[in-house]
Structures are given as structure tokens and as C-alpha cells.
Design a protein around this ligand. Structure first.
Ligand SMILES: O=C(O)CCC(=O)C(=O)O
Length: 316
């Protein structure tokens, strides 16, 4: 496979990230995040996996040796339990607001940067096909404006073949592509697939329409990585990127997520931004009245209630 087109953090001043992104649909930057910034988050994630019994007993947690008997992934309840704990880690959210990242993202989207408040901390078992995310475009899940970008970064060095990421160059230029759940790699539109080793501190940043997939790890180690979305807040954002749909049923909520955090600037910062929701509150309210089944009407009503509660300044 062709290697990622690699940029180095030290050279960024002489590179137009925007034109790289426009041409290839991604930028891959080596050594962007200082490794020291990742160590504590990695150890928080390792502690969660270790508590869950996901590491082989007697092995050093730092070796990340997976216990295959515990292999699981979303939406299995045992994965969700660990993922919910990881989501509440203040260091996870702090990393996504680190100036080295936000500076790069502002070069791509302009100064009015929205860091989506729901980053994903992934704890991926090796040799576990259930955790493999086959070819897809993030826009189909993230919605809102297609002018959003994903930052993907591992917490430790990740050799090719150890559950990294592969990207189809130029695939963002073809709009939303046909999917049967996942996009067929054989018929996907774009140029070459690219991949390679991704180390701690490296970041892959890609457009929401760029086709990409994860690779099955053939190692014996758990893989810990983080991904998060960024955009300009002048562009529309889906309310589901801000509020929790299942909060009413005991799912995640911001109050408990933020409960033990020390930094105020990481909490509810999105409430101070002039967000433009898509669908808007008016559109959701109309759907809550006229959707074609009681289940759908309830779903829309609940969503409007969540928006009224979490971002009341957007409800007119
Ligand atoms: O980390 C992975 O396994 C896949 C991540 C991914 O597809 C994404 O961030 O959109």
C-alpha cells in the first residue's frame, strides 16, 4: 500500500494545509503533539481497560497485552461501560483543546473554531473483527455541515497492521458515496488507499467526506486512540454532536461527565458560541408534530427537550 503523504510539524509554516486538504482529503502530520502530553491520558485509558479485566493477568499494564476472552466493542454493554468512563476523562477533552491542535485546525477552518465536545477514546482489541470500522465517511454519522474534519491520533506508536487507519486519497471529492452499511472498497471513488505506521504524537486529519477505514490488528496488544471532530462554528452542526439523545434513559449527560473536572474552560464552552443547528429547533419541532410514527415523534420531542435544556440560548 502507498504510504501516507507525510508532513512534519516542524515544516508546517511553509505548507498550505488548506490546499493539501483540498487536493488529498487529508493531512498526515508527524510529531505534532508533544509525546509527554499523551502519557497521562494513555495511563488513564490503560487503567480503565485493566479494571475491566481486558489485560492478561500478570502482564504489565503498560504492555497492553489483551485478554482475548474479554474482547468486545460498541454497542456491547461491557464496552459501553468502559467507553463511558473514558469519555469522562478530563485529559481526553483537554487534549482536543491543546493549542498545537487548535492552531492547526484554525488554519484549516478559520478562527471561529468549534471543537466538537464529544471526542471518542477507543480501546480496540486485536484480532477482533467486531471492532473493525470498515470503509466509511464520517459525514454519514456526524451530519451537520460536510465542512467538518476528524482528527485521529494514537496514544502510543502503532505499526502498520496493528490497528491503524487507512485513507482513500481524493475520495472527498465525490460527495456521499454509496453504502451498504459500509462503503465497498472495490467500488469506492477516489485515488489510492494510503496507510502506514502512526506514532504517538502523529495526527491524521481528514475531511468528513474522505473514505477511510481502520485495520485489523494482528498483534496481541490493545490499541488506544482518540478521534474528535472540528469545524467552523459558522457552519451548521448536528444537535446530536452536542446533546445526548439517550440522556433521558440514563445515558451519558454533561453534568456527570463534568462532575470531577478541574478546568472550567473545558466545560460547556459550546454554549457561548453562536451555533447554527442542522436540523434546526424549528425543523425538529415540526418533525415532533408530524413524523409518521409515534416512536419517531417521541424521538424528535425528546431531542427538542434536550436542546432546550442544554443549549437554551439556541431556542427562540
Ligand atoms: O479508530 C478506529 O478504529 C476508526 C476510527 C474512525 O473511523 C474515525 O475516527 O472515523
Amino acid at each position: 500500500m502507498k504510504s501516507f503523504r507525510t508532513l512534519f510539524a516542524r515544516d508546517l509554516d511553509s505548507i498550505s494545509l488548506k490546499s493539501e486538504m483540498e487536493t488529498y482529503g487529508y493531512v498526515f502530520i508527524r510529531d505534532l503533539i508533544p509525546k509527554g502530553e499523551l502519557e497521562l491520558l494513555l495511563s488513564d485509558m490503560i487503567s480503565i481497560a485493566s479494571d475491566e479485566g481486558w489485560m492478561i493477568e500478570g502482564s504489565a499494564p503498560s504492555e497492553r497485552i489483551a485478554n482475548p476472552a474479554m474482547a468486545c466493542y460498541d454497542p456491547e454493554p461491557k464496552y459501553k461501560q468502559a467507553a463511558n468512563r473514558a469519555f469522562s476523562l478530563e485529559r481526553l477533552h483537554a487534549l482536543m483543546h491543546h493549542p498545537v491542535l487548535t492552531d492547526v485546525m484554525k488554519r484549516l477552518v478559520g478562527p471561529r473554531l468549534l471543537v466538537h465536545p464529544k471526542p471518542i477514546a477507543r480501546m480496540i482489541f486485536p484480532n477482533y473483527a467486531g471492532a473493525l470500522l470498515q470503509a466509511h465517511q464520517d459525514h454519514s454519522g456526524i451530519a451537520g455541515s460536510s465542512e467538518s474534519y476528524t482528527v485521529w491520533t494514537p496514544m502510543h506508536d502503532c505499526l502498520q497492521g496493528q490497528g491503524t487507519l487507512e485513507i482513500m486519497e481524493g475520495s472527498h471529492l465525490f460527495g456521499l458515496q454509496h453504502t451498504e452499511g459500509y462503503i465497498n472498497r472495490e467500488t469506492a471513488q477516489g485515488d489510492d488507499w494510503v496507510g502506514g505506521q502512526i506514532n504517538a504524537g502523529d495526527v491524521a486529519i481528514f475531511h468528513s467526506l474522505t473514505v477511510h477505514s481502520s485495520t485489523l490488528s494482528t498483534s496481541n496488544q490493545l490499541r488506544f486512540s482518540v478521534d474528535c471532530r472540528f469545524q467552523s462554528y459558522d457552519e451548521a452542526v448536528s444537535p446530536l454532536e452536542i446533546v445526548f439523545r439517550n440522556q433521558a434513559k440514563g445515558g451519558r449527560n454533561w453534568e456527570s461527565t463534568y462532575a470531577d473536572w478541574k478546568r472550567d474552560d473545558l466545560r460547556y464552552y459550546w454554549r457561548d458560541l453562536p451555533l447554527r443547528l442542522k436540523p434546526s429547533v424549528a425543523e425538529l419541532t415540526a418533525q415532533a408534530e408530524k413524523a409518521d410514527s409515534p416512536e419517531k415523534r417521541l424521538r424528535y420531542t425528546t431531542l427538542v427537550e434536550m436542546i432546550e435544556r442544554e443549549i437554551p440560548m439556541l431556542v427562540h
